[in-house]
Design a protein around this ligand. Structure first.
Ligand code: NAP
Length: 288
């Protein structure tokens, strides 16, 4: 049977149409146009591209967005102050601190400063803890996008062996936690894993979250594996070698680009709209 292409771009467009309707309700009922704030520290071109894509997605659903550009020499203290300023600004419904920040910044400390009700990228330790323990929380955007995509295509997660390659705080670890909550049996691999191949060979669901082109060889894949490739490397190449053998052996796969990337953005924007809806409960309704 031909492998299913998990089309994140198409699903994200469908989700955006629903979000546009929800934002219009906020505008009409409360005269409220929520704003998503993104902070970039430094000049990383990839971060700038990601934030531009997120701002465009905001515009498509009717949200306003602001980008705060801070110099690469910004201190942790200055960044914390900027986050506090945005926390206190009632127009801002969500705050995104673009990862990675320069190495001298204590990134997790800054993530933890984001007010819980505005942590729409789910990066603070409290959001992570709540998410992990099944309490209400905004979730990390990419992991949430992955789960949304799997569910949309009716892929059964329960009982499967999910192998995640990569353990970053914004991607590998939270993806593992969400898959665990969906009752997968989860293995996490990383740079110190000895014999990556033997773990990949056991995967019913394989999530590649590394950032190294074709690190995972198609010869390692188990028949009927579901391939989720988060890697975004030069020349639109993922972390999994997606050659004819991989396509013939897997049961489903995310294309690169057009798989996980658009789902990340739609998950972020969905949570920003949800944050705005929660806030709107405190607003007076517009009088005609
Ligand atoms: P990261 O913070 O650099 O983490 C990379 C992870 O890969 C680390 O846990 C590292 O292990 C592991 N790793 C590196 N080399 C390895 C190897 N040879 N074998 C096994 N594990 C290895 O990166 P990230 O932010 O998680 O992002 C990973 C990739 O996903 C990047 O390509 C990024 O652009 C992409 N991404 C895509 C989206 C999207 O929306 N599509 C969103 C976020 C990220 P150690 O912990 O041992 O160092």
């Amino acid at each position: 049977m031909e492998a299913i292409r998990l089309d994140g771009k198409k699903l994200a467009s469908e989700i955006e149409l629903q979000l546009l309707k929800r934002v219009n309700v906020l505008k009409q009922k409360y005269n409220y146009t929520p704003v998503l704030a993104a902070i970039i520290v430094g000049e990383d071109p990839a971060s700038k591209t990601y934030v531009k894509m997120k701002s465009k997605a905001c515009a498509r659903v009717g949200l306003n967005s602001v980008t705060v550009n801070l110099s690469k020499n910004t201190t942790t203290e200055k960044l914390v102050n900027k986050i506090r300023e945005l926390n206190a600004d009632s127009k801002i419904c969500g705050i995104l601190l673009q990862h990675p920040t320069p190495l001298h910044i204590d990134e997790q400390l800054c993530f933890n400063e984001i007010a819980l009700n505005k942590d729409v990228d789910g990066v603070s330790a409290t959001s992570f803890g709540n998410m992990t323990n099944g309490y209400p929380a905004f979730k990390c955007a990419t992991p949430l996008g992955i789960i949304t995509l799997l569910k949309h295509y009716n892929i059964i997660i329960e009982g499967k062996h999910a192998v995640i390659v990569g353990r970053s705080a914004i991607l590998g670890k939270p993806t593992a936690m969400l898959l665990l909550q969906e009752n997968a049996t989860v293995t996490i691999c990383h740079r110190k894993t000895i014999n990556l191949e033997q773990y990949v060979r056991q995967a019913d669901i394989l999530v590649a979250a590394v950032g190294k082109a074709n690190l995972i060889k198609s010869a390692w894949l188990k028949p009927n594996v579901i391939l989720i490739d988060c890697g975004y490397n030069q020349n639109n190449v993922g972390d999994i070698e997606l050659d004819n053998h991989a396509l013939s052996i897997c049961s489903a796969y995310t294309p690169v680009p057009g798989g996980v990337g658009p789902m990340t953005i739609s998950s972020l924007i969905s949570q920003a709209v949800e944050a705005a809806e929660i806030y709107s409960a405190f607003l007076p309704e517009k009088r005609n």
